[in-house]
Write a protein that binds this ligand. Structure first.
Ligand code: GDP
Length: 354
C-alpha cells in the first residue's frame, strides 16, 4: 500500500542530506567565517529616542545570527538554499503521486518552516530532522477532522443511521457489507437498506452480501423512492432493537443533478447520523474532487477509501481530509469482509516515513 509514495518520501530525505552536506550551511570549514553578530552598539548614545532600526539589517539577519551562534558551538544550520532543490523534487513527487496541489503546497510550507534555520549538531543526522519535519507536515494534512468512529457509534442514540454515497463501481456496496461485519465485531447489530433503487440488479447484489453475513435487508422494487427504503430500514431497526441502519444509495454520476436531489431528499427525510462518502483510493485527485461535490450535495461526515491495497500512490489518502475538511475514516484493503481498516493518521505516517 502506497509504496511508490514511500519511495518518493525517502528520496526527499536523502536529497536534503546530500544537499546539506554539500551546501554552505553544513560545511563549517568551507564556508566563509561568519562575522560575529554585531551587538547593538552605543551609537545611539546621546541621540534622543530615534528609531532603533539603524543597525545594518544584513549583519543582524536571524539566519546569520543563528549560523554564527551555531558555529561557535560546533553546530550547523539548514538553510533555505539547502532545501530548495529537494523541496522542488518533493513537490514534483507529491504531484506525481496525485496529491492535490494545495495539499502539496501545505506540506512544503510546513516542512520549510520546520527545517529552515533548524540547528543540528554535526553528529546528529540530517535524516532525522527531515523525517521529523516530514512526519509533522503529513500528519497536519492527513489528520484534519479526525474523530473516534467507534466511540461515536457506541455513544449515539440507537438506531444509528449511516448513509453511504459515491459513484458506481468504487466498492460502496462491498464497503457496506464490510461495515456490517466491522460493527458486529464491536457488538453492534445492523440492518441493510438498499436505497439504490435505480440500478437493475442492485437488490440482488446487496442481498448476496446480506445473506452471506446473516443480515436483514430492507429493499423496495427498482424505481422506488430511496428515501422511503432507508426510512423503512430505520423503522425496522426501531421495532427490532437493531443498533445501526446501513443505507446504500444509487451511485450515478456526481454530475447528475437528479441523484444529488435524491441525496438531499434522503438527508431531509431520514436525517442520517452519519453520511460516509466512498471512493477508490486509486482514483487519486478524481476521488478528491468527487468528495467535494458529494459533500456539497449532502454534507458528508467522513470518507472511506477503497482499494487502498491496489494503490501505490496514496494521493487521495493524503488529500481528501485537507481539501474537504472531513476525515478519511476507513481504508478498504481487499475484497474480503474483514478488509476494512480504521484510518489511523499516526500509523499511516509512521508507515510512510518510518
Ligand atoms: P459499487 O458499485 O460501488 O457498489 O461497487 P462494489 O461494491 O460492487 O465493488 C466493485 C468491485 O470492487 C468488486 O469487485 C469488489 O470486490 C471490489 N472491491 C471493493 N472494495 C475493495 C477493496 O478495498 N480492495 C479491492 N482490491 N477490491 C475492492
Amino acid at each position: 500500500m502506497f509504496d511508490g509514495l514511500k519511495d518518493k518520501l525517502d528520496s526527499f530525505r536523502s536529497d536534503v542530506e546530500e544537499s546539506a552536506e554539500d551546501g554552505s550551511g553544513a560545511d563549517p570549514e568551507g564556508a566563509a567565517e561568519p562575522e560575529p553578530p554585531d551587538e547593538p552598539s552605543a551609537e545611539t548614545d546621546g541621540v534622543e529616542d530615534t528609531a532603533a532600526g539603524d543597525a545594518p539589517a544584513d549583519a543582524d539577519s536571524p539566519s546569520r545570527l543563528q549560523r554564527a551562534k551555531a558555529f561557535a558551538t560546533g553546530k550547523v544550520v539548514l538553510e533555505e538554499e539547502d532545501l530548495e532543490e529537494p523541496l522542488w523534487n518533493l513537490e514534483m513527487a507529491l504531484l506525481e503521486s496525485d496529491v492535490e496541489m494545495g495539499v502539496a503546497e501545505a506540506i512544503l510550507d510546513q516542512i520549510r518552516s520546520n527545517l529552515v534555520g533548524e540547528t543540528k549538531s554535526q553528529m546528529a543526522s540530517t535524516g532525522d530532522l527531515v523525517e521529523d519535519a516530514l512526519r509533522d507536515a503529513l500528519l497536519e494534512v492527513i489528520s484534519v477532522g479526525q474523530f473516534d468512529f467507534d466511540e461515536r457509534i457506541a455513544e449515539a442514540d440507537k438506531p444509528v443511521t449511516i448513509v453511504f454515497t459515491g459513484v458506481n463501481g468504487v466498492g460502496k456496496t462491498t464497503t457496506i457489507a464490510k461495515m456490517a461485519r466491522y460493527l458486529e465485531e464491536r457488538g453492534h447489530s445492523s440492518v441493510l437498506a438498499n436505497g439504490d433503487t435505480y440500478r437493475a440488479g442492485a437488490n440482488e447484489q446487496i442481498r448476496e452480501h446480506a445473506e452471506a453475513l446473516g443480515k436483514r435487508l430492507i429493499a423496495h422494487e427498482q424505481g422506488g423512492d430511496p428515501a422511503a427504503v432507508i426510512y423503512d430500514g430505520v423503522e425496522y431497526a426501531e421495532a427490532n432493537d437493531v443498533d445501526v441502519v446501513l443505507g446504500d444509495t444509487a451511485g450515478r454520476l456526481h454530475t447528475s443533478s437528479d441523484l444529488m436531489a435524491q441525496l438531499e431528499k434522503i438527508d431531509r427525510v431520514v436525517d442520517p447520523d452519519l453520511t460516509l462518502f466512498v471512493d477508490e483510493s486509486v482514483a487519486g485527485q478524481d476521488a478528491v474532487e468527487r468528495a467535494q461535490q458529494f459533500d456539497d450535495a449532502a454534507e458528508i461526515d467522513g470518507a472511506v477509501l477503497t482499494k487502498a491495497d491496489a494503490d501505490s500512490q496514496g494521493g487521495a489518502a493524503i488529500s481528501v481530509a485537507y481539501v474537504t475538511g472531513k476525515p478519511v475514516l476507513f481504508l478498504g484493503t481487499g475484497q474480503g469482509y474483514d478488509d476494512l481498516d480504521r484510518f489511523d493518521p499516526e500509523s499511516l505516517v509512521d508507515d510512510l516515513v518510518g
